[in-house]
Ligand binder design. Structure first.
Ligand SMILES: [Fe+2]
Length: 252
């Protein structure tokens, strides 16, 4: 499995607070079968032109010195879109995922549909592929909205553990996967126990083996290789999902 969204660069944002904390999480991810992790600290788009802040590079070196060999570490950022991305950012590719044309972007929870639409178009025009981080969080997100953003060139990253949440965003996450509108899953780990493996197990329990392979392995690998993503087939998530989650949590 590959996890392209994490806050494990120590002490630079609201994620892991220390190298020790990150190392512990990385060992646990390795145990779960995660081979690659992208470190995606928060960064505002208005500051992206300067590249990763020096503190991020220092934190990366400190983590790399102590991190296990597996999972392999890649660098990226989660870009909060408060301003348009500029052409120098697109050319430098030093805040994209592992230097590829794929860029992880996010918005405030109450963002409007048109704002996301315009941002996606603008990023695509620069020759980058915007990956929408956790679209299930946004109140403007719907099946139609994500379908439109994807038609403009965006791709969608669903938070793996949110697939098990009972509240609205969990319902949106399941709906997007069931409609075949999710391109990858990621843990969005903040130094805690959130992991891509949880979502993978949940979807396998829904007989979504092919979907899981695409969402957590083939498509994230294609991103790291700067290749093309494959469509993920729709997956019927049974209405009895709540009892499934309960069983899953109880380990039965
Ligand atoms: Fe994040």
């Amino acid at each position: 499995m590959i996890d392209l969204h994490s806050h494990l660069l120590p002490a630079v944002d609201d994620g892991s607070r220390s190298v020790d904390q990150s190392v512990k999480v990385l060992f646990e991810m390795a145990r779960q079968g995660v081979t690659d992790v992208c470190l995606t600290p928060h960064l505002h788009s208005g500051r992206a032109e300067a590249g990763p802040p020096p503190a991020h590079s220092g934190a990366f070196e400190a983590l790399r010195a102590r991190a296990p060999q597996m999972p392999r570490l890649h660098r990226g950022a989660e870009i909060m879109m408060d301003r348009p991305i500029t052409r120098p950012v697109a050319l430098a590719r030093n805040v994209t995922i592992a230097g590829t044309r794929y860029i992880l972007i996010e918005f405030p929870r109450l963002v409007g549909y048109e704002i996301v639409t315009n941002a996606v178009s603008q990023v695509v025009e620069l020759g980058l592929v915007p990956i929408l981080a956790h679209p299930e969080r946004y109140s403007c997100t719907s099946v139609e909205a994500v379908r439109h953003w994807r038609s403009l060139g965006a791709r969608a990253q669903i938070d793996a553990t949110t697939l098990l949440a009972s509240r609205t965003r969990g319902q949106r996450a399941r709906l997007l996967v069931s409609e075949g509108l999710a391109d990858i899953l990621a843990g969005d780990n903040h130094g805690d126990d959130r992991t891509v493996a949880t979502g993978a197990r949940f979807l396998r329990a829904q007989d979504g083996h092919d979907q899981v392979d695409l969402l957590v392995r083939r498509n994230p690998a294609a991103i790291l290789a700067d290749g093309e993503l494959s469509p993920v087939p729709p997956l019927h998530i049974r209405q009895s999902w709540m009892s499934r989650i309960k069983q899953f949590l109880e380990g039965s």
